[in-house]
Design a protein around this ligand. Structure first.
Ligand code: 5GP
Ligand code: MN
Length: 336
């Protein structure tokens, strides 16, 4: 274990630091990691963000993106960085299985590990933990870590503010979820004062689709959306061939499930996609319906109550049937 005082004294001299985040990083994963990166490099540390996999092109505009090392592209380099690090920050995840092969390398490293996360049920692999499931984004916790724990608000420059704003904006679905409290709005306002150009960030993340991506969305909504009125549930299924037809790249399916949830009266929405190795599920729910419980119980996954995911080795058809067969168990909650 590491106390805050010990962590502060470690950070008082330049260290070799790795920041890592979850598989297929999203806006909060990259926002929290690159925000922390931007802060730590100013202090003279030797820092590298190592992601387990690639991530959506609509996040490539982020400050310092070109310094990121993608593990699947540069395994040896990433492994060496992890091995030689004195500190490893783990942003936006809390079990080492969420970073694939990189997980065992992190576990084996003698580095002190710092977890900055807002997911349920953390695994005990860390030395210092800044963890709060009531935070709407890991980027909010990075902000809190810098401002309230390191007491260094002036270390938040324009680049850091931009990254942290991106994380908070994306994980709160543009300040829409209940966890986007008045305090989160105050943090966002402060980040704008510190240089985040909110309108530009919104445009870069949300108005940055390829024509294929938009047509793919249209195709899903017209042809692949099934509404199960009896269960207030909507399901969209996508095959490998359909992904290929629309030249789908990482991130192109992001947000599709929210359209299913946007139907009046729908409490649970699922996007079930046939990926190359597995079938992936993305669930979204409203109110207190526990989407993460379904993912954990049936699809070796987890997540938050209203946004969760999982995977299966079965065929797409089997997974879709399995998902539908689970619904009667939850009928009372779905129609309440
Ligand atoms: P998405 O549907 O956007 O892929 O994921 C939504 C949320 O569910 C993520 O923030 C993450 O917390 C969680 N999640 C997605 N896939 C998995 C998974 O395979 N395992 C676990 N434990 N959580 C997941
Ligand atoms: Mn997050």
């Amino acid at each position: 274990m590491l106390t805050l005082t010990e962590l502060k004294s470690l950070l008082a001299t330049p260290q070799k630091i790795v920041i890592t985040t979850h598989h297929k990083p999203d806006g909060d994963a990259m926002g929290s990691s690159l925000g922390l990166y931007g802060y730590l490099i100013q202090k003279g540390h030797h820092v590298t963000v190592v992601t387990p996999t690639d991530y959506p092109v609509f996040l490539h505009w982020m400050p310092n993106n070109s310094d990121v090392v993608i593990f699947t592209d540069e395994k040896e380099k990433a492994a060496k960085l992890v091995e030689e690090a004195a500190l490893i920050f783990c942003c936006d995840f809390n079990t080492l299985s969420r970073i694939n092969e990189l997980g065992e390398l992190v576990r084996a490293s003698s580095a002190k590990k710092v977890m900055i996360d807002h997911h349920l049920e953390p695994e005990d692999f860390d030395d210092y933990r800044h963890w709060d499931i009531n935070a709407c984004a890991a980027a909010q916790l990075v902000y809190d870590f810098i401002v309230n724990q390191l007491e260094d608000e002036k270390g938040i420059n324009k680049d850091v503010a931009t990254c942290l704003y991106t994380g908070i904006m994306t994980d709160s679905a543009s300040f829409r979820f209940p966890l986007a409290t008045s305090n989160v709005y105050r943090i966002a306002a402060n980040l704008i004062d510190l240089g985040a150009e909110h309108w530009k960030i919104h445009q870069l993340v949300y108005d940055n689709a390829s024509e294929d991506r938009l047509r793919f969305l249209g195709y899903c909504l017209s042809n692949k959306l099934e509404v199960l009125h009896e269960f207030n549930t909507a399901v969209i299924t996508v095959t490998k061939d359909e992904l290929a037809k629309y030249n789908s790249t990482t991130g192109d399916t992001e947000g599709v499930v929210n359209y299913a949830l946007s139907i009046n009266g729908i409490r649970l929405a699922a996007l079930i996609i046939e990926r190359t190795d597995k079938v992936k599920l993305s669930l979204r729910s409203t109110g207190d319906f526990p989407a993460n419980e379904i993912c954990k119980k049936y699809f070796s996954g987890g997540g938050h109550r209203n946004a969760a995911g999982g995977a299966s080795d079965k065929s797409l058809t089997e997974v879709v049937s399995e998902f539908k067969s689970i619904l009667p168990e939850y009928k009372n909650q779905l129609i309440a």
